[in-house]
Ligand binder design. Structure first.
Ligand SMILES: [Zn+2]
Length: 183
């Protein structure tokens, strides 16, 4: 297992939709292992493959429900219901948290590492994480869903926190769970 550099907002890889996964071999398992290690080193609750420069529809998450980290392949969401606001962060925009409105509940569908399909109703933090990571797989970031002024403020804070020209960082484990809202 190894920790991968996390790409920062501004890297074009975060704007390219991921490809559908068709190869469920050892390479995918290795990628997922590395992504989980990277997410944990960064203290995040979710991490999508484009955030580590891999153009695939894959993400890992830890919904803080005691079940531990899990992998999601080829995700989709449907049947949105209600709406909620949550102070979201993103490991690709470290140190910045913004109120984002999203559906409160959705039906989520995905494949596991053995290519088996799953579908269930999700709400709360689980639904939030799933939708945030789904966006990454579609080449979107959470700030796209922020109100205009909040987005401007967030981008200003982000530029203050990141060195000029910096496009990635290697998480070193020092974040603890401080970024547990970071997806
Ligand atoms: Zn994110």
């Amino acid at each position: 297992m190894s920790i991968m550099p996390i790409r920062l907002l501004g890297d074009p890889v975060l704007r390219e939709p991921g490809a559908v996964v068709t190869d469920f071999g050892p390479d995918l398992e290795r990628l997922v292992d590395d992504m989980i290690e990277t997410m944990e080193a960064a203290g995040g609750a979710g991490l999508a493959a484009p955030q580590v420069g891999v153009q695939l529809r894959v993400f890992v998450y830890d919904a803080n429900d005691g079940a531990g980290p899990r992998a999601v392949v080829n995700p989709s969401v449907s049947d949105p219901e209600g709406s909620g606001i949550y102070d979201e962060g993103c490991l690709s925009v470290p140190g910045v948290f913004v109120d984002i409105e999203r559906p409160e509940a959705v039906t989520v569908r995905w494949q596991d590492l053995d290519a088996g399909w799953h579908e269930e109703r999700a709400d709360g933090f689980y639904a939030r994480v799933f939708q945030h990571e789904m966006d990454h797989c579609d080449g979107r970031v959470f700030l796209d869903r922020a109100e205009r002024r909040a987005r401007k403020d967030a981008l200003r804070r982000f530029r203050e926190l990141v060195a000029p020209g910096q496009t990635s960082y290697v998480p070193d484990g020092s974040a603890g769970r401080a970024r547990e809202r970071a997806l």
